[in-house]
Design a protein around this ligand. Structure first.
Ligand code: NAP
Length: 248
């Protein structure tokens, strides 16, 4: 029977992985999306949308759909689904490969302030600037909602939901972004501090270069750790190598 791979998705890497697996003769690939964005790019192969119902639900799905391997290519900050994938893989004995693009590294001229959480980022902000570019995505903005006296520019793919800080302007946009575009945005909104998650990857890195060029401080929220005992591969190519025993 055709080997069946479940790709936990929502990222560029997941789409690349699904495309590469679907191109392998005889391999069945299903991509799973959380259903948070209304117009996700459609991955190659089969697609299912929505939560599984925790680790137990995911384990049940793996059994019911005779999955031979799971590739967790979710976003580095999608902590819960990654934990659930590790538990479900352990419970079912299905091999798991986790893909995590490397985090960003500060270079000369960067004024980065690493913090462990969005709450810590919010605590730090009043000491760093008054006009904030919040590029942490639509989820988690509640951590900043109590901040008064600061202006926030929020960029997200879908409109954010309350609670938001009282002085917030929203721009809807989907990456990839360019350095000139980011520089123009930061200047046009007279931004004096930027907040980002350490998402890594090229698609959203331009804002960091633009901030460096403009001499702006950047609050960088560190990644949550991987579940205990789980190691990740850094790219799609290595993930495909790891999946080779299952997919040929
Ligand atoms: P999360 O906090 O780790 O997951 C919360 C719940 O959402 C999970 O328990 C699961 O529900 C469901 N879920 C998450 N990813 C799923 C997937 N790929 N397929 C099916 N169900 C999924 O996740 P999140 O941070 O909200 O991220 C949701 C999605 O957006 C992920 O696919 C992620 O790759 C993508 N994304 C996240 C970020 C970010 O900053 N967090 C940025 C870009 C893209 P059940 O327990 O019911 O299974």
């Amino acid at each position: 029977m055709s080997p069946h791979v479940l790709v936990l998705g929502g990222t560029t890497e997941a789409r690349e992985l699904a495309a590469a697996l679907a191109a392998r003769p005889g391999v069945r690939v299903t991509s799973s999306l959380a259903g948070r964005v209304s117009r996700p790019g459609t991955p190659a192969g089969e697609v299912r949308v929505g939560g599984f119902g925790g680790a137990e639900g995911l384990a049940g799905w793996l059994r019911a759909h005779r999955v031979d391997a799971v590739a967790d290519a979710t976003h580095p900050f999608a902590e819960t689904i990654t934990r659930n994938a590790a538990r479900a893989a352990a419970a079912t004995g299905v091999p798991l490969v986790v893909v995590r693009r490397p985090g960003w590294q500060a270079g000369p001229g960067d004024r980065w302030h690493p913090v462990p959480s969005l709450d810590s980022a919010a605590s730090l902000l009043p000491g760093l600037g008054r006009r904030v570019f919040l590029s942490t995505g639509r989820l988690g903005l509640a951590a900043f909602a109590h901040l008064t006296g600061l202006h926030f520019l929020v960029r997200s793919v879908e409109p954010p939901e309350p609670p938001l800080p009282e002085d917030t302007r929203v721009v809807l946009a989907r990456g990839p972004f360019t350095v000139p575009g980011e520089r123009d945005l930061l200047r046009a909104h007279r931004i004096d501090v930027l907040v980002t998650k350490d998402s890594g990857g090229a698609a959203t890195a331009a804002k960091l270069t633009a901030a460096r060029e403009l001499g702006l401080p950047v609050v960088v929220v560190r990644r949550p750790p991987l579940p205990e005992g789980v190691t990740a591969v850094p790219d799609v190519r290595t993930a495909l190598e790891r999946l080779a025993p299952t997919t040929g």
